[in-house]
Design a protein around this ligand. Structure first.
Ligand code: ADP
Ligand code: 3PG
Ligand code: MG
Length: 390
């Protein structure tokens, strides 16, 4: 990826700066359950207002297909949270386009901040945001002088507010996007070994390209979580009623055939009533977490590791009975002081919920975006930004 212009490359004084953030945060009945992504956006917003800009914030929240979806996906609570953190008023536009929004924008003074309602409200009528509608992109671009993409978690989306606007006005990346890429490149480019990838979670179908690209560059690939059952089934084990991706059996076989010596799979699991070794499984068994022998096996593999990329929890950690495997793996990474990048929406929430926030070299704010970047080191939302001058 070429070097990109950043917010620091622009004179912001007196300018209207559109900052695309990723405020797609977990929310229930208007209550924000985790504000990590809001806090992660503050540095760029503060920099812009401290340098004399007025700021127009854009973000999506959730998936909006019907009027019903609008009710629980308003960004209004985010404007209150931002105002709390920044200790200043944050204006809110309930419109995503129209006269009222244009009026609010035209009245912005240097230092003002305006958050616009969920960009995906534009999806109700013809998926204009998600299909990167040209007129919508041009309209949003017309509201500002400069576009800054700081929505790292959405950088893999070819959407109007991500890849559309920067086609029409000068553009750059914000501090969060810059930091995420620097950290992930940092671990990929280090030449320290052993370099181990740990994969878990359950979505093999979403992660085949990721598995292929990471297994090539890693010295070992440790697989836990529900994902391991499809690999174990290929090896001939009875996987009972565990989640299996039938469509990916041949993919898993190919990976096992080509990289046999690199792949480490669990040997035991926590089932509902007992801990069972994989060769003891019967037709009704379901494994919800990795077992103690597996944790010892992974510990041995990780003892000398210098770098780790982890994506996906080791078990169904949301249920405290099945959080031990994920917690123990985090402990092992801390105990051996391994330089670790964690990517994946559920993995980052496991880090937060299990109390490991400050332990790692980098916990990404991106789920799909980080997976996509690890696959081929490209994100459409960054590619479209202007190159830095050499
Ligand atoms: P990420 O969002 O970090 O990329 P995934 O979305 O692939 O991770 O998977 C996370 C989900 O996988 C979690 O909801 C977790 O409960 C589930 N999971 C992991 N292991 C198991 C298991 N053994 N059985 C059922 N669910 C599991
Ligand atoms: C995320 O949460 O991964 C990003 O905000 C992107 O959200 P999306 O998967 O709904 O596009
Ligand atoms: Mg997930």
């Amino acid at each position: 990826m070429n070097m990109k212009k950043t917010i620091k490359d622009y004179d912001l004084n007196g300018k209207k700066v559109i900052i695309r953030c990723d405020f797609n945060i977990p929310m229930s009945n208007g209550i924000i359950l985790d504000d990590t992504r809001i806090r992660a956006s503050i540095k760029t917003i503060r920099y812009a207002i401290n340098n004399g800009a007025s700021v127009i914030l854009l973000s999506h929240l959730g998936r909006v297909k019907t009027d019903e979806d609008k009710k629980c996906n308003s960004l209004y609570p985010v404007s209150l949270a931002l105002s709390n953190i920044l200790k200043k008023e944050v204006l809110f536009s309930p419109e995503t386009r129209g006269k009222e929004l244009s009026r609010m924008v035209s009245e912005l003074q240097s230092g003002d901040i305006l958050l616009v309602e969920n960009t995906r409200f534009e999806d109700i009528d013809g998926n204009k945001e998600s299909k990167c509608d040209k007129r919508l992109s041009k309209y949003w671009a017309s509201l500002g002088d400069i576009y800054i993409n700081d929505a790292y978690g959405a950088c893999h989306r070819n959407h109007a507010s991500v890849t559309g606007i920067p086609l029409y006005i000068p553009s750059g990346i914000g501090f969060l996007v810059e930091r995420e890429i620097k950290k992930i490149n940092g671990i990929l480019e280090l030449n320290t070994h052993p370099f181990i990838t740990i994969l878990g979670g359950k979505k093999i179908e979403d992660k085949t390209k990721l598995i292929e690209s990471l297994v090539k560059i890693s010295d070992k690939l440790i697989i836990g979580g529900a994902m391991s059952f499809t690999f174990l089934k290929v090896l001939g084990y009875n996987t009972g009623k565990c989640i299996i991706s039938e469509d990916n059996l041949s993919f898993c076989k190919k990976i096992l055939d080509n990289y046999k010596e690199k792949i480490i799979l669990p040997v035991d699991f926590v089932c509902e009533d007992a801990i069972k070794e994989i060769d003891e499984f019967d037709d009704n068994d379901i494994g919800y977490d990795i077992g103690p022998k597996t944790i010892r096996l992974f510990d041995g593999e990780l003892k000398d590791a210098k770098r780790v990329i982890l994506n996906g929890p080791m078990g169904m950690f949301e249920d405290s009975r099945y959080a031990n495997g994920t917690r123990k793996v985090f402990n092992i990474l801390g105990k051996y002081k391994i330089k670790t990048v964690i990517g994946g929406g559920d993995s980052a929430s496991a880090v937060n919920n299990l109390g490991f926030n400050d332990l790692f070299y980098h916990v990404s704010t991106g789920g799909g975006a980080t997976m996509k970047y690890l696959e081929d080191r490209k994100l459409v939302g960054i590619e479209v930004i202007e190159d830095a001058e050499k």
